[in-house]
Design a protein around this ligand. Sequence first.
Ligand code: FE2
Length: 324
Amino acid sequence: MTVLGIESTAHTLSIGISKQGRILSNVIDMYSGGSEGLIPRKLADHHSNVFSSVLLEALTGAKLSMNDIDLIAFSQGPGIGAPLSVGVSAAKYLALVYGKKIIGVNHPYAHVKIGEHCCKMRDPLVLYLSGGNTQILEQMANGHYIVLGETLDIGIGNLFDTFARAIKMENAHGSALAKLAENGNYIPLPYTVKGMNLVFSGLLTSAEKAAKKHSHLDVACSLMENAFAMTCEVTERALFLTKKKSLLVCGGVAQNRRLQEMLKIMCKEDNVKFGVAPDEYNRDNGAMIAYAGELLYKKYGAMKIEKCDPITNYRIDRMKEILR
Ligand SMILES: [Fe+2]
């Protein structure tokens, strides 16, 4: 089976192609809003503008044409309404015009499955970290996921992006903040965990206040250290609860090397196998949607086109209800 996967939930428009689980192409075009953040209308315009060239490049890279595609998989949510709708509409259009089967894919599920595939892991505890999401996930016997712990307010990536905008960084993004944090020294900031859940807004407010009197390098360093230490603590608690012997970290923030280092140390101490996919598959990407689309199609079959609507608040623990 050859699957074309479309990703458009936030800042990235990406199209990837997979065949029997092998990735043939993965073209990624990310909108960079500079210091103004993610403005939904601008993201949607970006995705519309680059869609045809990204599609062409993905097909050319895989040495295929639309005739060779068996299934269109699209990221169904969670995501920002305007950009998400561009990808969903395009997926429906391609399926109707070319007479292809279609399936909607939960975005976090795709991050988990491509991570397991890359790391050759079966049934790990999953730490999913991105702009809007921060969750600890466990797979049940029926293949569905439950959320063991999560942020009770903002996502960890959103925490970093919001702070970067508050200190007026030109490229207000977590990756740029991580570079700044490399040269800072630790100063005390709030640390809030509640069982296996996290709270980041108090940390953000204190960091914004601290940035008015301390060096931005030091506050960036301390903000990231605390957020990652809090994340490690709740993850370790979930590891002990579930008695899992492997941990997969996935999602955009999983690319952070300091976080990876902290999790590796924790896993070594706890005798747990640690896995993280290459950066290409932790960014938002179409290949993971194609890969996960094939897994879901084998289990549930294609979706009726009337069910192919964007679901902006599509939590991973709602998959059973949506795919039924
Ligand atoms: Fe993502």
